[in-house]
Ligand binder design. Structure first.
Ligand SMILES: Cc1cc2nc3c(=O)[nH]c(=O)nc-3n(C[C@H](O)[C@H](O)[C@H](O)COP(=O)(O)OP(=O)(O)OC[C@H]3O[C@@H](n4cnc5c(N)ncnc54)[C@H](O)[C@@H]3O)c2cc1C
Length: 427
């Protein structure tokens, strides 16, 4: 990994202070070696420590360097694929388990924030905004679907009601999820890392896992040290590269970009989002936005397949922001950055075990803030010998991208172009 400092994001500029963490320079022994200090790795580490495991975390760069420290900060429940699609693919029993868990990640985040007193500007309330009658119809059926799995806190918003929560004239309606919400994502990761350390976990930064020696007692090698463990959890997601070749074949790193305005001031900020909810629209290539603690608008959207970094992020995202909020035409953009998430063909996470002792979870395809927190719990359960919920994820079928590693990028871009066109034309 070439660059190991945080990108020049609003989050890095407003991060809570943290102590420096050393690189691994010894040979150490532990129960579980976690590779990657994003939400998947940190959530796994926390649940394991709470259950008496000894945990060592290896992070190639810094805590929250990846998507977890760069994302839109939206606590969006469920998965990047609807439960009815899952049900058709895997049958009612497995779908029931997955459906029951669909809103658990958001609860875990709130429990973490409360238990470890994490300062991360947590706010309740997320809106899915419909741009067309067809999208509104989809939200209505999604509400019925989620209710079928016991998630009953959702409220449909007609055109008049959505205008009360977001000053964007494009929307015909929406759905409010009060168990959604938003956070300062890097400060959540940093707070979780501090919680890991408060329970005796050890985190090494600037310590990439460069080789895994598999076997009954696997060893993870870094440039200057190694960790012998009973179990390994691989949580490098879109930044993992080819460390575990089996995992690279069925997923594809994708870039997505975010901008942050200058502080808007209370009055303008309140006029855009009076209840301070976060919003994502219902397009396939969706736009999403929210206010920060100091009243900036964070706006994200679009995807770069294959995770190339675009030259001028502001030129890509600002027009989308002005389409939603033309009233921001004179507002300055203070920060613009990019980050990678990991796409799977089904858009469902890839979870599983390699041999007896290497576990992984990756590829939640865009909506990962809540899922990754759930993943940590489910992986910890599996290591404790309770694998029913782990197996519900592990049994999801996954397929390689058409075209293999060489052609998957243009094929996926073509697919996205088609769906983007459908969004534009409203069919
Ligand atoms: C710009 C952007 C906006 C997003 N917005 C949202 C949103 O608003 N809501 C939402 O739900 N989801 C969002 N997502 C997705 C979400 O952020 C991710 O799904 C989630 O953070 C993934 O967490 P993770 O821990 O699996 O991976 P990451 O956070 O990427 O962490 C992986 C970590 O592993 C480390 N690593 C990799 N390889 C190695 C190695 N060999 N050795 C040691 N360490 C290694 C990396 O340095 C990194 O720190 C967004 C993603 C991006 C990029």
């Amino acid at each position: 990994m070439a660059n190991t400092s945080y990108p020049a994001s609003y989050y890095a500029a407003s991060a809570n202070p943290v102590p420096p963490r050393p690189a691994l320079q010894d040979d150490v022994e532990t129960d579980v070696c976690v590779i990657g200090a994003g939400y998947t790795g940190l959530s796994s580490a926390l649940f394991l420590l709470e259950n008496g495991f000894k945990v060592t975390v290896l992070e190639a760069a810094k805590v929250g360097f990846g998507a977890s420290g760069r994302n839109g900060g939206q606590i969006v429940n469920s998965y990047s694929r609807d439960i009815d699609v899952i049900e058709r693919s895997v049958g009612p029993q497995q779908a029931q388990l997955l459906g029951n868990m669909a809103f658990e990640g958001g609860r875990i985040i709130r429990e973490r924030v409360a238990k470890y007193q994490i300062q991360c500007d947590l706010k309740d309330g997320g809106v899915f905004a419909a741009l067309t009658a067809k999208q509104m119809g989809h939200l209505e059926s999604q509400k019925r679907l989620w209710e079928r799995f016991g998630h009953t806190q959702l409220e449909l918003l007609d055109q008049r009601r959505i205008r009360e929560v977001v000053a964007c004239k494009e929307y015909v309606g929406g759905m409010l999820d009060m168990s959604g919400g938003h956070i300062h994502p890097l400060n959540l990761a940093l707070g979780e890392a501090a919680a890991v350390e408060s329970l005796g976990g050890v985190i090494y930064e600037q310590s990439p896992a460069v080789r895994i020696e598999r076997g009954a007692s696997p060893v993870v090698h870094t440039p200057q040290g190694k960790v012998r463990a009973k179990f390994i959890i691989v949580a490098g997601n879109a930044y993992l590269g080819n460390l575990v070749p089996e995992l690279a074949a069925k997923s594809m790193p994708c870039g997505t970009q975010v901008i942050a305005t200058e502080p808007l001031g209370d009055e303008l900020a309140h006029s855009l989002l009076p209840q301070d909810y976060c919003v994502e629209d219902c397009n396939y290539l969706l736009d999403y936005y929210r206010l920060t603690g100091d009243k900036r608008l964070i706006f994200g959207g679009g995807v770069v397949y294959g995770a190339r970094d675009p030259a001028n992020i502001e030129a890509i995202i600002r027009p989308k922001m002005l389409k939603a909020f033309p009233q921001l035409k004179d507002v300055k953009i203070d920060y613009a950055w990019t980050g990678n998430f990991l796409l799977t063909l089904s858009r469902l996470p890839q979870v599983g075990r390699l041999g007896d002792n290497i576990y992984y979870s990756q590829g939640c395809s865009g909506h990962g803030v809540t899922y990754t927190h759930l993943a940590g719990k489910v992986l910890a359960e599996a290591l404790r010998g309770q694998a029913e919920r782990f197996d519900a994820f592990a049994d999801l079928p996954h397929y390689p991208f058409p075209g293999g590693q060489l052609l998957r990028t243009p094929f996926a871009a073509l697919g996205a172009w088609y769906y983007g066109l459908r969004d534009k034309l409203g069919f």
